[in-house]
Write a protein that binds this ligand. Structure first.
Ligand code: WTA
Length: 635
């Protein structure tokens, strides 16, 4: 019997138990029955968390695009694979069938080859949410090039850091992008970034906003004429199961962003299997994930997971507020969307608009609602459930990470009874553990601790690009033989998990992970700044917002503080992007420090969150007197 599609709770428990007792047999069956391989594996799993080393389906040969495209041609060739909904609602939607996708990916793949991209080369993709974005990922995968997508909202500095970290040979971009009523000069940002990216030889430019841009002779090329001349036939490169498929950067608590490396076979099997079950996708459904492909959610659940199941996946260029806050609901109504996957921050922003707009549209097509990226608060959960799902569509609060590649803890809709704010049960094959501060596992229910995973699942990231030591240090050193997630969680009386938030210095703002260190580094570049510390504080819409404490070199300086605040946010925008701007900036004489000179962020976090009652003992600090002055001047 196939375990590919789980339909009721007893089945979930049965399959779950099997996946834990005999993981190799379990994943082998799934891999065997539901994918096409050029050669089967010699060994299902080889792992050692102490090195760490993880290999799934070792020895197998495949190409992920044959699984995502070619194999559907016979049965679903004329089915819409990608449904593109443009920023402007008056521009018609584009339905790209599996046949057309096949041709376009092949043409693009041939262009990459013509331009000198080879198997194993890194290609940076800095493209807005237009079909070329999804197609460029698949074109890289077709020829075995490793894609590194950089979210097209990142600044030129953030872009160049990522390009240089993995020595990308090529950048794919567009002349610009639409974002609501605004246009953004993406190519200008790329030009700036490339001033210090010696590895980049070629820039391919898709035309989107038809703006007049500079094209650098010999380096920059318009994409369309190259595509027009390219053959629609491109044999897929045969890849090893463990060949890297892509690199995707994520923030760490310290240091530069981490290029998480995902490999081919395990990633494919796990994203496809989770997609099928977590969304209960049926053959004629229209599925929509509102994330950007620049994040892992878009990689796994706009592109690879849906296409591996032959699904119709919506790709939306715009924003929830344009032309008004009814846009999401208008799209659900227009395309009769069946599964809708978004982030709590979007739900909160839409909830703030009341119920009039959401009430105007026919949302009866919806069967499953999803949430991802940060904890969903109870109020947002109920608003989503009552007004979008009309109490009929289960909400899957899905917990996972860039590093995990796919959904790890989630209800399976119509299978797992949901509970507001709980991600509920581990997905098939996932073995969570809660650990206490001493490093012991907390057994039983009704416990709270640090969330770890005890056993590898197929789509775990294999390393950090160019820095395996850091991979080991970050994820496998805190607890012996465990993958440490960086999140806290609790397990309730029936074994349901609730994610309580990050336990490190990563702050999630509007669903985007931001490390505090790179923001502080950016601020400290301001000539007037001596030192800074960033903490998160609760925010109605963003979930968390950033609060910065800044000490100036010359405390008595008479400069206008509001101007300084603007300048600081400007520097942050240049170094990272507007998503990392601070909501509040407090200038203080000093920052509370331990005797060894470490900034006590815990105290600053409490002050920013207005929880001054339980600051704890501050008398052991190096400079206890600053605490009161920070409290007195709190914003
Ligand atoms: C947080 C996004 C609570 C968590 C797929 C995790 C969540 C980080 C949830 C990863 C959820 C994600 N409930 N918290 N349902 N989903 N998170 O790498 O802190 O962008 O570690 O991957 O987001 O964010 P990332």
């Amino acid at each position: 019997m196939s375990n590919y599609h789980i339909k009721h709770l007893e089945e979930y428990y049965k399959v779950y138990r099997k996946s834990i007792r005999e993981p190799e047999n379990f994943w082998e069956e799934i891999a065997e029955e539901h994918f096409v391989w050029r050669k089967k594996w010699d060994k299902v799993l080889d792992w050692d968390f102490s090195k760490p080393q993880i290999k799934w389906f070792e020895g197998a040969k495949l190409n992920i695009t044959e699984n995502c495209i070619d194999r559907h041609l016979a049965t679903r060739g004329d089915k819409t694979a990608i449904l593109f909904e443009p920023n402007n609602p008056d521009e018609p939607a584009e339905h790209i069938t599996y046949k057309q996708l096949h041709q376009r990916v092949n043409q693009f793949a041939n262009v990459l080859k013509e331009q000198g991209v080879e198997k194993g080369d890194r290609v940076c993709i800095y493209v807005p949410m237009i079909p070329e974005l999804a197609i460029s990922l698949l074109a890289c995968a077709r020829i075995g090039a490793i894609h590194s997508v950089v979210f097209a909202g990142f600044s030129s500095t953030a872009l160049s850091t990522r390009i240089n970290d993995s020595d990308c040979k090529m950048v794919i971009t567009s002349d610009g992008s639409y974002r609501g009523a605004k246009t953004i000069d993406l190519k200008g940002i790329v030009d700036e970034a490339l001033e210090d990216c010696p590895s980049v030889k070629t820039v391919l430019v898709a035309k989107r906003i038809k703006s007049n841009i500079n094209m650098k002779e010999g380096r920059d090329k318009w994409l369309q004429p190259l595509l027009d001349n390219a053959s629609t036939v491109c044999d897929a490169e045969i890849m090893d199961a463990e060949d890297p498929l892509f690199i995707l950067y994520t923030s760490g608590s310290t240091g530069k962003p981490k290029g998480m490396v995902h490999t081919t076979a395990g990633y494919m099997v796990y994203t496809a299997y989770t997609f099928k079950n977590a969304f209960q996708y049926r053959d004629n459904d229209v599925y929509w994930c509102t994330a950007d492909i620049g994040w892992i959610t878009g990689h796994s659940y706009i592109v690879y997971g849906p296409l591996a199941n032959g699904a119709t996946t919506v790709l939306f260029e715009g924003v929830p507020s344009y032309p008004d806050f009814g846009r999401f609901w208008e799209i659900v109504d227009k395309h009769k969307v069946n599964q809708f996957y978004t982030a709590p921050t979007a739900i909160r922003a839409l909830a703030k608009q009341g119920t009039e707009l959401v009430g105007k549209y026919d949302l009866s097509s919806l069967k499953v609602l999803g949430s991802v990226g940060e904890p969903i608060n109870e109020e947002a959960w109920h608003w989503y459930n009552d007004n979008v799902g009309r109490k009929k569509s289960p909400i899957i609060d899905s917990w996972w990470q860039t590093e995990t590649g796919g959904i790890m803890i989630t209800p399976i809709p119509y299978v797992t009874p949901t509970k507001p704010t709980y991600a509920t049960l581990p997905f098939i094959g996932v073995q969570p553990a809660l650990m206490d501060e001493k490093g012991d596992e907390l057994k039983g229910n009704q416990v709270e601790g640090r969330l770890c995973i005890k056993f590898p699942w197929p789509s775990i990231a294999r390393t950090i690009w160019g820095n395996h030591e850091r991979y080991k240090e970050t994820y496998f050193s805190a607890y012996k033989n465990m993958y440490f997630t960086g999140d806290g969680a609790l397990r309730d009386e029936v074994g349901y998990y609730r994610i309580t938030g990050r336990v490190d210095d990563v702050i999630i703002v509007s669903g985007h992970n931001l490390g505090t260190a790179p923001i502080e580094d950016a601020i400290n570049e301001h000539p007037a700044v001596a030192e800074s510390a960033i903490v998160g504080f609760p925010h109605d819409i963003k979930g968390s917002a950033l609060y910065g404490y800044v000490t100036l070199k010359d405390a008595g300086e008479s400069r206008d503080h509001n101007n300084l605040r603007k300048e600081i946010n400007q520097i942050i925008t240049e170094h990272i992007g507007p998503i990392a701007k601070l909501d509040k900036i407090q200038f203080s004489e000093g920052l509370p420090k331990t005797r060894s000179g470490k900034i006590m962020r815990r105290i600053l976090r409490k002050i920013a969150s207005n929880e001054m009652d339980n600051l704890g003992d501050v008398s052991t600090l190096l400079n206890p007197e600053v605490v009161q002055s920070i409290i007195d001047n709190r914003l």
